[in-house]
Write a protein that binds this ligand. Structure first.
Ligand code: PRX
Length: 655
């Protein structure tokens, strides 16, 4: 462990501002009384079962939970189809004409798709997938931008029981290849490109490079973005066109009846080692969690709300809070393809005004960027349709929270700061907007039915105010069921640090009022713009460059991104420490992993600070990079290494 939470806990500012739910909001909220916490506490399995009952089951479960720690089975024996929950149920209830998505492309092209149209589209894609030989249990990798066809393909896979895995369309060919290979995907569904900040991103060429080494891939189904967008890339050998495969298909397709515990999807996330983990989620429990949390945390009123989550479907937030949660609730949503500042920094607020968005969910990194761009951009627009705001992905600093509340929420919208992870599948710690008094910077308390504890290094519990390692002590329906192809790693990563308890990898503090403050990762994982990156992954990438002998990567505090990677690099003999080489290494990492991982800075050094046992002391590197007084150096094998490094860093800062 690096960066023990205790260090940060002691310096955390005490925050005394608190905002009770506005009376008007409370009066109409889906959850109005704190009694639901008590009820859920008295019978947490019954609480979750009451949510599962709101889904449409082909066959009801025989047992709510089978818990053989750390392996959970929820709604044992039950059968259902995930796409039915999100589509057929609403259409059968006569709500087919309700808008599912208001889509807006970056160039300004607009499409409105009703739930009935989504169902027809999903069935056509499902039939298309079947015609390509894809069936139950097969893996399908998706590499697509934020367009309705991505949501359709996700639901089409769910409809036929294929396990889908969305790879964020900013990842490099190598990252995409690794993921395709790890799951032995039979099919890749991709787009030729998309628009980002007025430019075309050529996604097809990424897929073309990635699949060259993927022997499992039989076909690549290519959807064309249109709008004048052209991919420069040559045809992919396995390529088949969407309009040929999907276009002629019938608009109905019987849903496959899936076991509650059949895998629904795999989503890769960074861990503490170089290899990303394929997190596996199953069907019944995941949907139960997504349905319940969306309804209570976002207070969804499907008849009147227009909900907009600005995340990409390539991340868990988009899975749970664009596709499955909101669609299972039957709400209308906004989906936007492009950048928040294209063509101008008010694009988001223009969208909120145009579509009368009422519930808006985004990330602190975006909020900090909006703050920087200036108040005049939101001020230009009528944001009076907003009634609830949310944030996710990283700790939100109280200053950004207050800005969000005032400039976007007009001081009338509650803010839900939601803590959760790819692994948890759904929101775990959050205010309920009609009940909880919110505090800027705190995610407040666990969702009903969830129990958290803060533990000390030795596993003893921190009771009352204080800080420690954040653990979840009971199973919950949307929990991960494992790591694809690596059961051992599942047990080791999450369940061995504090046996029998789920260790999230975060440190947290409980204040005197019982509110929880997430302090960030306590392992070698950093959080860049709300996305997880492992230091090891970037280190492995750096050492793959012929000039690099050894590398250590740390996350440093960054004004906009929250954290940003910085690489300390020892060069091989014969290479000179030039600015040009530093630039090349930054680009190398971006090409190997994806733009998100590009180091902010590369520092050349002849030595790295190590303990006598040879472990790199990243904590000290972080002190150097953040210009802080360096902490305890007594365990260093050679304390003089650090002085050299500090000088190196200061010189670099000067140029
Ligand atoms: O460190 C926590 C941080 O993001 C991590 C999970 O990352 P990922 O699996 O990519 O999922 C992000 C979206 C759910 C957590 O371990 N994190 C997430 N939400 C918050 C947060 N940190 C503080 N406050 C939050 N609200």
């Amino acid at each position: 462990m690096t960066n023990q939470p205790q260090e940060t806990i002691d310096t955390l500012l005490s925050e005394e501002r608190s905002f009770a739910p506005p009376a008007e909001f409370q009066a109409q909220a889906n959850a109005q009384s704190a009694e639901i916490y008590t009820q859920a506490e008295q019978d947490w399995q019954g609480w979750w079962a009451s949510w599962a009952e709101q889904l449409q089951w082909d066959k009801k479960w025989e047992q709510v939970l089978d818990w053989q720690a750390p392996y959970a089975k929820w709604f044992v024996g039950g059968k259902l189809n995930a796409s039915v929950q999100c589509l057929d149920r609403h259409v059968q209830a006569g709500l087919g004409n309700r808008v599912a998505f208001y889509f807006e492309g970056e160039p300004g092209d607009q499409r409105t798709l009703s739930y009935a149209e989504m169902l027809e589209g999903v069935c056509q894609v499902a039939n298309g997938l079947k015609s390509l030989g894809v069936g139950k249990g097969d893996r399908v990798t998706l590499y697509m931008p934020m367009v309705p066809e991505l949501a359709m393909t996700v639901l089409a896979c769910a409809r036929i029981g294929a396990i889908f895995s969305v790879v964020f369309a900013g990842f490099s060919p190598t990252s995409l290849k690794d993921r395709i290979q790890d799951q032995s995907a039979k099919l890749v569904v991709c787009a030729d490109g998309c628009w980002r900040r007025g430019k075309v991103l050529d996604l097809k060429s990424v897929v073309q490079q990635a699949v060259k080494e993927c022997t499992s891939v039989e076909k690549v189904l290519l959807w064309s973005r249109g709008q004048g967008l052209r991919s420069e890339s040559a045809p992919i050998p396995q390529e088949v066109a969407w309009e040929d495969v999907v276009g002629p298909q019938p608009t109905t397709c019987p849903p496959e009846s899936m076991d509650a515990e059949d895998p629904l999807f795999i989503l890769y996330t960074s861990g503490t080692t170089g290899k990303p983990k394929g997190i596996v989620h199953t069907t019944g429990g995941y949907l139960t969690g997504a349905l319940a949390t969306s309804k209570l945390v976002f207070d969804l009123k499907p008849e009147t709300d227009v909900y907009w989550c600005t995340a990409d479907i390539g991340w868990i937030t988009g899975h749970s809070y664009i596709v499955f949660g909101p669609m299972a609730n039957g709400v209308s949503q906004v989906m936007y393809e492009g950048a928040p500042n294209h063509p101008a920094p008010d694009r988001f607020w223009q969208l909120v005004e145009t579509y009368r968005v009422s519930v808006f969910y985004t990330a602190p990194t975006a909020i900090r960027a909006f703050m920087k761009w200036g108040d005049e951009h939101p001020s230009k627009h009528d944001l009076s349709s907003l009634r609830l705001l949310g944030t996710v992905g990283e700790p939100i600093n109280p200053e950004a929270w207050m800005w969000y509340q005032k400039q976007i929420g007009g001081e009338r919208c509650p803010i839900v700061d939601t803590w959760w992870q790819t692994e948890t599948g759904g929101i775990m710690i959050t205010p309920l907007p009609g009940i909880t008094a919110t505090v800027p910077g705190s995610a407040t308390t666990p969702f009903p039915g969830i129990e958290t504890k803060l533990l000390r290094e030795d596993g003893s519990e921190v009771e009352g105010a204080g800080g420690g390692y954040l653990v979840l002590t009971r199973p919950w329906p949307s929990m991960l069921r494992g790591i694809w192809g690596d059961a051992k790693r599942y047990e080791e990563t999450y369940w061995s640090r504090f046996p029998g308890k789920y260790f999230a990898g975060d440190g947290a503090k409980r204040d005197a009022h019982g509110n929880l403050w997430i302090l960030g990762r306590v392992d070698d994982v950093m959080n860049v713009s709300g996305h997880r990156l492992s230091t090891m992954e970037i280190e492995s990438s750096l050492v793959a460059h012929p000039a690099v002998a050894e590398a250590a990567v740390i996350g440093i505090a960054h004004e906009l991104k929250g954290q940003a990677p910085v690489g300390f690099v020892i060069l091989r003999g014969g290479y000179d420490q030039t600015q040009q080489l530093a630039e090349e290494l930054r680009q190398f990492v971006a090409t190997e992993i994806g733009g998100l991982a590009r180091p902010e800075n590369i520092i050349f050094t002849p030595e790295l600070p190590k303990t006598r046992s040879g472990k790199i002391m990243r904590r000290l590197l972080r002190d150097v990079a953040e210009g802080k007084a360096v902490g305890d150096v007594t365990t260093l094998a050679d304390p003089t290494v650090l002085q050299g490094l500090q000088k190196e860093y200061e010189d670099k800062e000067k140029c």
